[in-house]
Design a protein around this ligand. Structure first.
Ligand code: ADP
Ligand code: MN
Length: 290
């Protein structure tokens, strides 16, 4: 079942129970049924029906030690974020997965007016998580979620600074938990696929202007820039820089080195694939002029 199908199966009781567990996980490793009874004010038979349903949908992890208790799976946090975004009127529908990165899953979203959105679920360190999950589910799941929330917050904050200053980045829309919503760049393809671009110089300029706005106006360096984090719209030769959570502040001791590396990767790729000759030192020098 995909995210959309799972979300469609949930009842109001289910959502109420998920939210109660989420709240109580701030103080409990596993939330006991008695607490959920008080917290949700649901009659026991409805609470139990809901717990059974949520467990079947793999939204809960059950702990049967001295007392029965529940935790949430990552899927449950995904569902809660979708629910919040829908209640806020940001999202009307969640669609198919459109991108898988190292540290995220990106889904198509539909806004109430029909506009298409990119819904990015941050998944920091998911590889190492899967590997050790069996031995230490509790602590690792928590740090996974916490780091993913930090990652989402950082990305959203960066986009909110960059976009209004004219940087070519997706327009930020909203954020909940570990999930960031932006506009969908229609017709975009990843630069690493070496698409035919009618005006590659324009695409390169978009990238360099965005690096410049980030550095001079916002005071940050992307830090993970390459053909994998640039998407282009072939029909217009526009280019956008995506994937900002790891940005560093200009005054960080790493900033200079990362700025140079970002520029190097971009310039090298445009030279190799599109034959545009540019000098890295020259570009970096220009960026540092006030
Ligand atoms: P990761 O951290 O997992 O690498 P990215 O932000 O780079 O995440 O996104 C992964 C992929 O999702 C991108 O390579 C791109 O194909 C797609 N994508 C992300 N944001 C958008 C967007 N706003 N519009 C269109 N496609 C997007
Ligand atoms: Mn990426």
């Amino acid at each position: 079942m995909n995210l959309k199908e799972i979300y469609a199966q949930l009842t109001e009781d289910d959502i109420k129970v998920l939210k109660a567990i989420e709240r109580r996980l701030k103080t409990h490793e596993f939330v006991p049924v008695e607490i959920l009874e008080k917290e949700t004010k649901l009659p026991l038979h409805r609470l139990e029906r809901s717990l059974y349903h949520l467990n079947k949908l793999k939204l809960l992890r059950r702990m049967s030690g001295s007392s029965l208790g529940y935790r949430l799976t990552i899927l449950a946090y995904d569902v809660l974020a979708i629910h919040t975004l829908m209640k806020r009127g940001v999202l009307a529908e969640i669609g198919d997965k459109i991108g898988v990165g190292k540290e995220s899953d990106v889904y198509l979203g539909i806004a109430p007016g029909g506009k298409r959105l990119a819904v990015k679920f941050h998944r920091v360190g998911r590889k190492s998580f899967r590997h050790v999950a069996r031995n230490r589910p509790y602590k690792l799941e928590d740090s996974w979620l916490l780091q993913s929330k930090v990652s989402a917050s950082r990305e959203f904050a960066a986009l909110k600074e960059l976009y209004p200053r004219g940087a070519k980045v997706p327009k930020p829309v909203d954020k909940s938990r570990h999930v960031v919503v932006t506009e969908l760049i229609e017709g975009a393809v990843e630069l690493y696929t070496k698409p035919d671009i009618p005006d590659p110089l324009k695409a390169l300029e978009d990238v360099l202007v965005t690096i410049e706005i980030a550095y001079k106006d916002v005071g940050i360096v992307h830090g993970d820039l390459s053909e994998y984090n640039i998407i282009v719209v072939p029909s217009t030769s526009e280019a956008f820089i995506i994937d900002w959570p790891q940005y560093v502040e200009k005054d960080s001791p790493l900033a200079e080195r990362l700025l140079r590396r970002d520029v190097e990767y971009v310039v090298r790729f445009f030279k190799k694939v599109y034959g545009i000759p540019l000098d890295v030192d020259e570009v970096v020098r220009r960026l540092k002029e006030l």
